[in-house]
Design a protein around this ligand. Structure first.
Ligand code: SF4
Ligand code: SF4
Length: 224
């Protein structure tokens, strides 16, 4: 009876957390609609103090693209069942994670060349605005097959924000004396991090969504 009560209260807690996440993502969407494509850079910049403490919280909690990926991803899970998240094998997943840094580097190079007037406004417009929008839309649609595909492999802002994982003060720590190796944290992690095999999560790919902490049945994961 007590165990059932614990499960129900955990589910209610999870629902509340997810509603809170959705509210923040809608605020992120409103900011994006109001300020246009430049808004993400400003929001990421404003969220730097939080990111220095806890990592790229904006990515896991406020980014509207994350919201769309969650919605499309839940449709994918329903339609594909066990085939969901199987499109990219793990051996390809790891090197592919670097692709978003390539996108970021490409964007920065184009911006510098534009500033130096090596490339004109028309090229800048078609490459940066149109090209990157197409990449982002396609990658968001890919989340029908792969959890957070855009965040994992394509997002330039995510690539920049991910670097805060290297310097953040508070980390997710697993207490091996409490952990029962159930593997739930690995299964819920949208970025495919093997949380259950780590004592401290330092991976740059972590988006600080806290789903692993939230879903651990024995509270073995803490942010310290
Ligand atoms: S969910 Fe918790 S108990 Fe299960 S493997 Fe992860 S840390 Fe250990
Ligand atoms: S390790 Fe935890 S906080 Fe980081 S992305 Fe995975 S589930 Fe989210």
């Amino acid at each position: 009876m007590k165990a059932a009560g614990n499960i129900i209260s955990r589910l209610q807690k999870t629902e509340k957390v997810e509603r809170f996440r959705l509210s923040l993502q809608l605020v992120g969407l409103a900011i994006f609609i109001y300020f246009g494509s430049q808004s993400t850079f400003y929001v990421v910049l404003l969220s730097v103090p939080v990111a220095l403490l806890f990592g790229p919280v904006y990515c896991g909690w406020m980014c509207p693209r994350g919201m769309f990926q969650n919605i499309i991803g839940s449709m994918g899970k329903r339609v594909l069942g066990k085939r969901y998240n199987k499109l990219v094998p793990k051996r390809i997943h790891k090197p592919l994670l670097y692709f978003r840094y390539v996108v970021l580097l490409f964007l920065l190079t184009v911006m510098v060349l534009h500033e130096l007037q090596v490339i004109d406004d028309i090229i800048m417009e078609s490459v940066v605005t149109d090209g990157l929008i197409v990449v982002m839309v396609v990658s968001i649609l890919l989340s029908f097959f792969v959890d957070r595909a855009a965040c994992r492999y394509f997002c330039k802002e995510g690539a920049a924000a991910s670097l805060t994982n290297l310097v953040k003060i508070r980390m997710i720590r697993r207490d091996p004396s409490i952990c029962n190796s159930c593997g739930i944290c690995d299964r819920v992690c949208p970025m495919w991090i093997d949380v259950s095999k780590k004592d401290v999560v330092r991976d740059t790919v972590c988006i600080s969504c806290m789903k692993c902490v939230q879903k651990c049945p024995v509270d073995a994961l803490k942010v310290e």
